[in-house]
Design a protein around this ligand. Structure first.
Ligand code: COS
Length: 385
């Protein structure tokens, strides 16, 4: 199908495909088993200039946007849904700087991220504040030229591996979500340490860990946007980043579909390849249709975000909701097509099914996405009257 990609975008797809096939595919099972962080692949992604895809050229990036990021993430995730998070979660941690950073902050942090010298991460979630992002407990108290951060963030992708963290903390608890502020916190800042590293079901090659702030002194120059704007920073960041999760889900689904087609052509039962059976053909047809529908939605939303469409919350949530549900259905069917072999670790589809699950959960559960979509519909309908 023609997705109306520019020559540059086609080149990005080719570059990402090369890294995925040549560098990631041979090691994906090993990384899944060990749960180690794939620094060698991060180096490959940096050398292929993929780490700065969505960063403006004036800050050392490629000058693309969410669409370019999505194309690369999709391609990488066709092979491995976890390893690409070094890139995708860095984008999540970088968007607050791109969207709300001063020129000074951008000059200081973006070139290192664009070159792949530093990974980034986003610190919003806490043990008692997941879906309810406004219930942040981490505090930031202003003292002279610093903010003193105290609290714990959990489930932070790239945690421990990233050098640069965009962190949400309360500067004024009494004001609820309007009392939250966003900060850039560098690894190595005194009082900033890492806690529990999670042992996960899937995306095992990505690092997920706690961030612990104990009287952590963050310079006031690291405040992102205005004091009290932290919740909006977080929400706008998620509007921008959710198509990336959708692209991750899309890639996993497309990868599982490819594997299923190949397997169905070679696996014989009743003296015939199972691809000749209508039961399998119909499963493949449904999987392919859903993958194409997810791709159409993800690309449309990514393009809308890049065009500067101010009202993308609902659409962005739809892309993540739909693509992640598709990924779960398609990978589950892929395991079914592989039969008993699909359940075994020698074949890639059981890993794809495990990797797919997180896309229905993180960057807002799919229940939260439905809330965002519904509220957006109701708000827009009220405006029409
Ligand atoms: N862009 C701009 N402003 C937004 C916004 C968006 N996308 N979403 C909300 N806001 C504004 C609202 O307009 C409201 O402003 P006012 O106070 O001026 O009315 C304010 O933010 C509070 O919004 P709301 O009342 O909708 O907040 P809730 O506490 O009800 O929470 C949800 C809203 C559930 C959508 C939010 O908490 C959320 O996204 N949770 C999931 C968080 C998440 O994804 N976590 C995963 C970890 S991050 S990897």
């Amino acid at each position: 199908m023609d997705y109306c990609l520019t020559d540059e975008q086609k080149m990005i797809v080719e570059l990402a495909r090369k890294v995925a096939q040549e560098k990631i595919k041979p090691v994906r099972q090993e990384y899944d088993e060990s749960g180690e962080f794939p620094w060698d692949i991060v180096k490959e992604l940096s050398q292929a200039d993929l780490m700065g895809l969505y960063i403006a050229q004036e800050y050392g990036g490629f000058g693309g946007g969410v669409m370019e990021l999505c194309l690369a993430v999709e391609e990488l995730c066709k092979v491995d849904g976890g390893i690409s998070l070094a890139l995708a979660a860095t984008a999540l941690g970088t968007f607050p700087i791109i969207l709300f950073g001063t020129d000074e902050q951008k000059k200081k942090y973006l070139p290192r991220i664009a070159k792949g010298e530093a990974l980034a991460a986003f610190g919003l979630t806490e043990p008692e504040s997941g879906s309810d992002a406004g219930a942040t407990k981490t505090t930031a108290k202003k003292e002279g030229d610093y903010y003193i951060l105290n609290g714990t963030k959990c489930f932070i992708t790239n945690g421990g591996m990233a050098e640069i963290y965009s962190v949400i903390a309360m500067t004024d608890k009494a004001r609820g979500s309007r009392g939250a502020s966003a900060f850039i916190v560098e690894k190595g800042t005194p009082g900033f340490t890492f806690g529990k590293k999670e042992n996960k079901m899937g995306i095992r090659a990505s690092a997920t860990c706690e961030l612990i702030f104990q009287d952590c002194k963050v310079p006031k120059a690291n405040l992102l946007g205005k004091e009290g704007a932290g919740f909006i920073v977080a929400m706008k960041t998620l509007d921008q980043s959710r198509p990336g999760v959708a692209a991750q889900a899309l890639g996993i689904a497309a990868g599982a579909l490819d594997e299923s087609i190949e397997y169905a052509k070679t696996r014989k039962q009743f003296d015939h390849p199972i691809s000749s059976f209508q039961a399998i053909q119909h499963m493949l047809a449904n999987m392919a249709t859903e993958v194409e529908a997810a791709r159409a939605l993800v690309y449309a939303v990514a393009r809308a975000v890049d065009k500067g469409d101010k009202d993308v919350s609902g659409a962005s949530a739809m892309s993540k909701l739909y693509a992640s549900d598709v990924a779960m259905r398609v990978t589950t069917d892929a395991v079914q097509i592989f039969g008993g072999y699909g359940y075994m670790k020698e074949y890639p589809v059981e890993k794809m099914m495990r990797d797919a699950k997180i896309t229905q959960i993180y960057e807002g559960t799919n229940q939260i996405q439905r809330n965002v979509i519904a509220l957006d519909l109701i708000k827009k309908s009220a405006k029409k009257k």
